[in-house]
Every structure is written in C-alpha cells, then in structure tokens.
Ligand binder design. Structure first.
Ligand code: C2E
Ligand code: MG
Ligand code: MG
Length: 563
C-alpha cells in the first residue's frame, strides 16, 4: 500500500507556489513505477525511470562533485530497497540545468514518501541554486579560513540546538589517522583530494539539522541531535560505511571523539574541546576508533600531556631520583636489602609518586630511559657503599615488560655491573609476571644464568596464577600488598597465604612479602615461614641519604651488641 499525503487541492497550491520560483526545479519521482512528474522547471522528461542517473548521464553534475553525487545516489537507492527512518535528506553539488550553462552550487532536497515498511515509494525533489551570499557562507562553513567562520558555525549550532529543545545534542569530531603520513606518502595534492572527498561526503550524509565544519587540516566536526546514545554510534557507523576505507587508492582510518552536551549554557567551544580530548584519548588504539568524553578523561589527558611535555627536561634536570625501601629480616629486624623505586622530584609540585607517571611512560616508551637511569643509580649506590666501608646489601630494581622484546636487558645489566665493578649478587631485578606474558621467561632465564637474582613482583595481584609456579625460572616470589591485606582478613585467606608460602618454599622459591603494614602481619608471615618483609610497618621508601643513615645506625647498634 502506498501513502500519498497530497490531496489534489494541496498539490495545486504547491505547484502555484513553487512555480513562482524561477531559480528552482521541483518534481515528484515515483520510483515504484519509474515515472517523473514535473512540478516546475522542465529539467527531466516524464518517462525517465531514474532522474539522478539521467542528470549524471547528461553531465549536469560537475566532475568535482561526482564522488559525492554517486554516494548520494547510492543512499537514495538504499531508501528504495532497504527503507529508511529519514524523511528528508539534502546535499549540495556543483550542477547545471542545461548543457550551455555554467556549473553553479545547487542545494538538492529530497522529501521521502514511504510505505508501511519504511521503503521509499516516491520522492519530492527540489533543486535550487544558491544565492551568492549563501554560497559564501557554505564555503566558509566547509573550510575555516576567515576569522569570522567559527562564529558562523557556532550560529548554525545555536540555531540547531534551539530548534531541538527536546533532543539531546552530541558534538562528533573526527580526523584522519596519521594524515601527515598520507601527505608524505601520496603527496599533498592527494591529501587535499582526500579532504575534499570527506567534505563532500559530509555534505551528502549530514542533513540540515546536522551542521558540520572542517576545523583544521584534517579535523571535522558534526553536531547532531539525538534521543538514544545508540543513534550516535549508528550515525558514525553510517558515516564510515558511506565514506569507506579508501579513496582513489589512498587507504585511511577515521578516529572519532564524541562529547554529549550536558549543559547547554556552556560555550559551544568547550563542547568542541571536549570532543577533541575524547578523540585524542583513543589515538593509537587499534581496536576502538570512537572515544567518549567524560570529566575524568579530561583530567587524565591533561595529566598525561603535562607529563609528556615535561619528562625530557625533567630527565635533563636530574629531577628523577631513586628512593630505597628497605627489606627486613623479620626475625632479626635488620635490613637485608632494598628495592629501588623511582620518584620525580618536581621543582614546584614536590615529590611525585611513580604511579602517576610510570603508566604514561610505559605507554609512550620513555620508561626505558627512566629504568636505565634507576639501574645506574642503584649500581652507583652499591659502589659508594663498598667505597665507604658500608656493608653492602642487594638492591632490586624494577624492569618493565614493555621493552623486553626490543631491548637487550641482559647485556645492559652485565655492562652495568662491570662498569661499577660490583658483585653480581648485589644487583637484583623485579619483573611483574603475569599469565599472559611469554616474553618474560626467556629474559628471566638468561638473567639467572648470568647470576642475577630474579624476583617475581606483585604475586597474587590478579594477573598471576599458581599455574605459573610450575615452570618458573624466578628465584624469589614477592607477595603483593593487596593479596596480603585482603587474604589476611579471613581464616580461609590466611590458609591460602600460609600454603602459598610453604608450597613456594617446597619448590625452592624464596619468599618476600611486600606492603607489610602491621606487626600482626609480620608476625603471621614469620609463623608461615616467610622471613623477609618490606612495607610501611618497617619503613617507607626513603632517600639514599636517609637509607645510609639507617645502615650506619644498624652497624653502630650491632657493634654495641657485640661488645
Ligand atoms: P612495586 O614494584 O610493587 O613497588 C612497591 C610499591 O608499594 C611502592 O610504591 C611502595 O612505595 C609501595 N609500598 C611499599 N610498602 C607499602 C606499604 O606498606 N603500604 C602501601 N600502601 N604501599 C607500600 P611506589 O613507589 O609508588 O611504586 C609503585 C609501582 O611503580 C611499583 O610497584 C613499580 O611497579 C612501579 N615502579 C616504581 N619505580 C619504578 C621504576 O624505577 N621502574 C619501573 N619500571 N617501575 C617502577
Ligand atoms: Mg617492585
Ligand atoms: Mg610489587
């Protein structure tokens, strides 16, 4: 069944009204029986079954608009075959209405009349040339080159927001991943062509209720009204589907950032900035190309930017320092070793803990620089103990898994012990083992065969499993702080800790508990057969200077006891 909302009277009225407009062509296209009914203008013969194909064949569309026009036609055809929720679509093309005319910018509007299955039955099509002023405004909207243009875009957004008080609004931003590389690989002309294609595509895909603009080189912004958040994803997927993944042999990937407007009184620029943050948050993420903005994201990103902007100068200014957290023998209460932990001694912000910057460094690769610095400081400290007659204790340094495949840790460690001429047993290494990591075992085995003591860090923290113990090459198991504190709370948990300790000892692994915060914990560990502990109960991580004082004190005390 077809629905025709036009009564004969309405139709006449409409024809009279639009006939007065000499600048436009109006017609019905009954796509079911392949017929065209001209309302005003005489562009398309009545017996034409597909008016858009006709326009194309007659070369009424300028070459530069052809890609966008093709996409537009595909979309219209999908309304006929697959149906659509849309009731009206519009796009701009460079067109002419006869062979001897110049091409001019034309706004094409298609009102869709549908059956009950939402499939298009007929279309009411209007083609209207732009007035000069409109063309200028469109051009500005397409490309922000003049100072005034952001204001025009903002005005369009305002108008759209005011017109949709009952809908939610989303700012969707996207850019072409590694656009610079495309420019380098294919040339700037090809890059420009791709950008033009994207702009033309947006022209076709976005309705008048979805204003868009090109913000900078390859960054585009679209603002859309919506009811359900899934509509945003649908919109993006539709955009991707229409635009595709390559154009004229150039392969590309789009990355999107979305900011949903929560407060309409906030400046539109802020929503735009938030969409930018969301987009940047997923840069380099191979699985996901849509980032959503939320407040935490903003803080995280500012934080990350701050760290990345300052890390290199901080390294040059020696702001990264090594702290030592003593390891104690529970029975004797004496220091038997230390863990080297990085601190950022910031000139204004004070001491920054590694949990704030190490995850950023692990992401951007700077961690290798920091780790090498800490390893070197550890070796220097051991050397100075030996030189100053202090009985040296082993220092364990942390190794990140990030560079294990690309950097020769074993060679570096060997070079360091040689350079500082220290006994190999005094430099130990901690690696967080997890069940998904296969690359560690090889390194651990090689390090061990050179004589370094290897500690499995954070055992029981969620990424490790008992299964790993079966074939491990580590020498020492470090029980994680959370594992200790959480399992200590119940009888069942205490049994698990006790058995983990005795089982590890049975298979020849030494045990150290980290994050020991109470005397009760220390006592319990000792009863279970774990003799070494590290934690705030004994000492927080301290500067090398304070650590040395601690060592002197112990030496003095033992001298007194001996006497
Ligand atoms: P981790 O290697 O497991 O180091 C132990 C962390 O637990 C340290 O935190 C230490 O200060 C903290 N801790 C020790 N005892 C207690 C306690 O009793 N209670 C509590 N609440 N915490 C305790 P920190 O220094 O903030 O280091 C955090 C993590 O950062 C380290 O965990 C390690 O994974 C990483 N890290 C620190 N320095 C370096 C480094 O130089 N290189 C690498 N790759 N990672 C490092
Ligand atoms: Mg550690
Ligand atoms: Mg640990």
């Amino acid at each position: 069944m077809s629905i025709n909302p036009w009564s004969e009277e309405d139709r006449k009225l409409l024809i009279d009204t639009i006939a007065a407009d000499k600048n436009s062509i109006n017609f019905f296209w009954n796509c079911r029986n392949g017929r065209v009914v001209q309302l005003c203008g005489n562009l398309i013969p009545e017996n034409i079954s597909d008016p858009f194909a006709y326009l194309n064949n007659k070369k009424f569309i300028k070459e530069t608009s052809l890609a966008a026009f093709g996409m537009f036609c595909t979309r219209i055809n999908s309304f006929i075959t697959d149906g659509t929720e849309e009731s009206r679509v519009a796009a701009d093309f460079l067109m002419r209405f006869s062979e001897d005319e110049d091409y001019r910018m034309c706004h094409v509007t298609v009102v869709i009349l549908k059956d009950l299955d939402n499939r298009a039955v007929s279309f009411y099509i209007t083609m209207r040339f732009f007035k000069e002023k409109q063309i200028a405004e469109r051009r500005i909207l397409d490309n922000f080159t003049s100072d005034k243009s952001p204001e025009i875009f903002a005005r369009h957004i305002k108008r759209m927001m005011n017109g949709n008080p009952e809908h939610e609004i989303a700012f969707i931003q996207f850019d072409v991943e590694r656009f610079k590389l495309i420019n380098d690989a294919y040339g700037e002309e090809a890059g420009d062509m791709l950008l033009k294609y994207l702009k033309d595509s947006l022209n076709v895909i976005c309705s008048d209720e979805q204003p868009f603009a090109r913000l900078t080189a390859d960054v585009f912004m679209i603002v859309i009204p919506f009811d359900e958040e899934s509509e945003i994803i649908d919109f993006i997927h539709n955009l991707e589907k229409n635009i595709g993944k390559s154009y004229e042999g150039i392969e590309f990937r789009l990355v999107f950032g979305v900011c949903i407007v929560e407060d309409r009184t906030v400046q539109t620029r802020t929503h735009g900035d938030n969409a930018t943050l969301a987009r940047q948050s997923i840069k380099g993420n191979a699985l996901n190309n849509i980032g959503f903005y939320n407040g935490k994201l903003k803080n995280d990103l500012y934080h990350q930017h701050y760290i990345e902007d300052n890390m290199k100068s901080a390294m040059l200014n020696n702001e990264f320092v090594m702290f030592l957290q003593p390891k104690y023998n529970i029975s004797t209460g004496r220091i038997i070793g230390a863990e080297a932990l990085a601190r950022w001694q910031h000139p204004y912000k004070g001491l920054i803990p590694p949990t704030q910057f190490i995850p950023v460094f692990e992401k951007n690769g700077f961690i290798l620089n920091l780790d090498q610095l800490i390893w070197e400081q550890a070796c220097k400290t051991i050397r100075s103990w030996i030189d100053n007659g202090i009985e040296p204790v082993p220092i364990s340094v942390n190794i990140s898994r990030e560079y294990l495949n690309t950097f020769d840790v074993v060679k570096k460690f060997n070079e360091l012990v040689q350079k500082y001429d220290i006994p190999i047993r005094l430099l130990e290494a901690e690696i967080t083992e997890s069940c998904d990591a296969e690359n560690t075992s090889d390194v651990v085995r090689k390090m061990k065969s050179c004589g370094f003591t290897m500690l499995m860090d954070d055992f029981g923290s969620g990424f490790s499993s008992l299964n790993m113990l079966k074939s491990t090459s580590f020498d020492v198991l470090k029980i994680d702080r959370i594992f200790l504190s959480e399992f200590m709370e119940s009888e069942r948990g205490r049994k698990i800790i006790a058995h983990t300790i005795s089982m590890s000892r049975d298979i020849g692994l030494d045990i150290i508990a980290e994050g020991v915060e109470t005397g009760a914990q220390a006592q319990f560990l000792q009863n279970c057969g774990c003799d070494v502990a590290q934690g705030f109960y004994y000492s927080k991580p301290i500067s090398v200077e304070d650590f040395n004082k601690q060592m002197h004190k112990e030496t003095a005390e033992s001298e007194v006891t001996k006497k």
